[in-house]
Ligand binder design. Structure first.
Ligand code: NDP
Ligand code: 2IT
Length: 445
């Protein structure tokens, strides 16, 4: 494989798909040696087959707002690769959604799902619909119209969607209701469901908890722990909330959260009722984190800024892609940060990742460190198939085991001669090998 040639061809075929091309380049650069050392991959031309999705469904979603006006949004489902199991991955509702962003997320999901140890392929979907400022009735009508198209290509053994940015339990409920009606069945399609109708305990917390379990494993390799550590978190959504809960439980102090409007710094620590307040903020349907500083006077709001300028020991970027750049990375290093563990998907730019790796600090990519969400979705699917519900302790124990095993895979495939663990390389190689070998087993299809 020649990475530069493949990237040139892809850039020609998919001009302007910046995020997708960024995600593909990262994987290819990291697997290049392993790929070229194993001629069976080239013989089966795995690389050309893995970088293109199996199929992309694009559809329009017409819906009526509360004023009676007819609106139209664009929507997609990218079924990327099903070598390991049914297509699996979230749905994102955000005005920035486009084909490139969903292709990057679907591509990442292949390797992430492979790392979880569970049988799941990779997919992603969503729409440029903005749930902010919409009434519940508008969100319901949008979700119903969305599912009127999507239901044709999903199913419990073919493609199982879940939430992502802008899609939480409310949206999953409306989507599930419409699917159930159309398909006339109740098999548990969609994960992240409500507890009363097939959901799993710990799924809401899972991505954040898993992220902190992973960071804890990284810290252990340096005989460190969360106890007494200052932790910077970005975002104030589902992942940021779960991470804040677990960091606090492990004795760390969360000092920042952020939104598109800026970040909040709270020297007293964001814990207990302050973490619960994050749920209110997210549910308020506003696009801002600023109200936190009115509610808790110990906090300062920094308008239009990112949290990475604060002095922290551990950074957990949990908001969105490319939210931490080279300058932010240099600032974190300058301030003595020892560990950066991605809760969001691809939150650090390639230049930022380079800074972390050059400085040999602990750095984990989202495809390994935020896999706890989809892993617990996999556990939700298992419970649905068995028609039973595990206790929260059982699910948490399995999640903990899965995160430790992902950490071990990264160590096994990413340890360099001097003992430094390159988690980016480790995660990409471990995730890729399982998928590539399965594709070869299945023949050219
Ligand atoms: P949510 O919708 O719950 O939260 C997203 C958060 O990020 C919101 O607080 C949002 O604010 C904020 N945000 C959006 N854009 C920016 C920005 N430019 N700067 C700062 N904050 C911003 O989504 P999730 O918590 O579920 O998702 C967060 C990340 O984690 C995404 O990258 C997602 O792909 C990833 N992820 C999610 C998983 C899950 O199970 N939910 C699993 C694995 C990864 P606002 O709403 O005001 O825009
Ligand atoms: O990015 C992700 O892994 C998710 N949004 C969760 C996907 C899932 O199917 O639970």
């Amino acid at each position: 494989m020649n990475v530069e040639k493949i990237m040139l061809d892809l850039e020609k075929k998919h001009p302007g798909e910046v995020e997708y091309l960024q995600a593909v380049r990262e994987v290819l650069e990291n697997i290049e040696d392993v790929y070229n050392d194993n001629p069976q991959f080239e013989t089966a031309n795995v690389v050309d087959r893995i970088v293109e999705p199996d199929r992309v469904l694009t559809f329009k979603v017409p819906w009526v707002d509360d004023d009676g006006k007819v609106n139209v949004n664009l929507a997609y489902r990218i079924q990327f690769n099903n070598a390991l199991g049914p297509y699996k991955g979230g749905l994102r509702f955000h005005p920035s959604v486009n084909l490139s962003i969903l292709k990057f997320l679907g591509f990442e999901q292949i390797f992430k799902n492979s790392l979880t140890t569970l049988p799941m392929g990779g997919a992603k979907g969503g729409s440029d619909f903005n749930p902010k400022g919409k009434s519940d009735a508008e969100i319901m009508r949008f979700c119903q119209s969305f599912m009127l198209e999507l239901w044709r290509i999903i199913g419990p053994e073919t493609d199982v969607p879940a939430g992502d940015i802008g899609v939480g339990s409310k949206e999953i409920g409306y989507l599930y209701g419409m699917y159930k009606k159309l398909a006339a069945e109740n098999t548990g399609i969609l994960t992240g469901k409500g507890l009363n109708w097939g959901g799993s305990l710990i799924r809401p917390e899972a991505t954040g908890f898993g992220n902190v379990y992973f960071a804890n494993e990284m810290l252990k390799t340096k005989n460190e722990s969360f106890s007494g550590k200052r932790v910077g978190i970005s975002g104030f959504g589902n992942v940021a909330w779960g991470a804040a809960l677990k960091v606090t439980e492990l004795g760390g102090k969360v000092v920042t959260i952020s939104g598109p409007d800026g970040y909040v710094y709270d020297e007293k620590g964001i814990s207990e009722d302050k973490i619960e307040y994050m749920l209110e903020l997210r549910a308020s349907n506003e696009d801002i984190v600023k109200p936190y500083s009115y509610e808790f006077p110990s906090a300062q709001f920094h308008e239009g800024k990112r949290p990475w300028e604060e002095k922290v020991d551990v950074a957990l970027p949990c908001a969105t892609q490319n939210e931490l750049d080279k300058e932010d990375a240099e600032k974190l290093i300058e301030n003595g940060c020892i560990c950066v563990c991605e809760g969001a998907n691809m939150p650090c730019t390639p230049e930022a990742v380079e800074v972390f790796i050059e400085n040999k600090i602990l750095f984990a990519p989202g495809k390994a460190a935020n896999a706890g969400g989809v892993a617990t979705s996999g556990l939700e699917m298992s419970q649905n198939s068995m028609k039973l519900q595990w206790t929260g302790e059982e699910v948490d124990e399995k999640l903990h085991w899965i995160m430790s095993s992902i950490h071990q895979s990264c160590v096994d495939h990413g340890t360099e001669e001097d003992g430094f663990v390159n988690y980016v390389r480790g995660a990409n190689i471990a995730g890729f090998l399982k998928v590539a070998n399965s594709m070869i087993d299945h023949g050219v299809i």
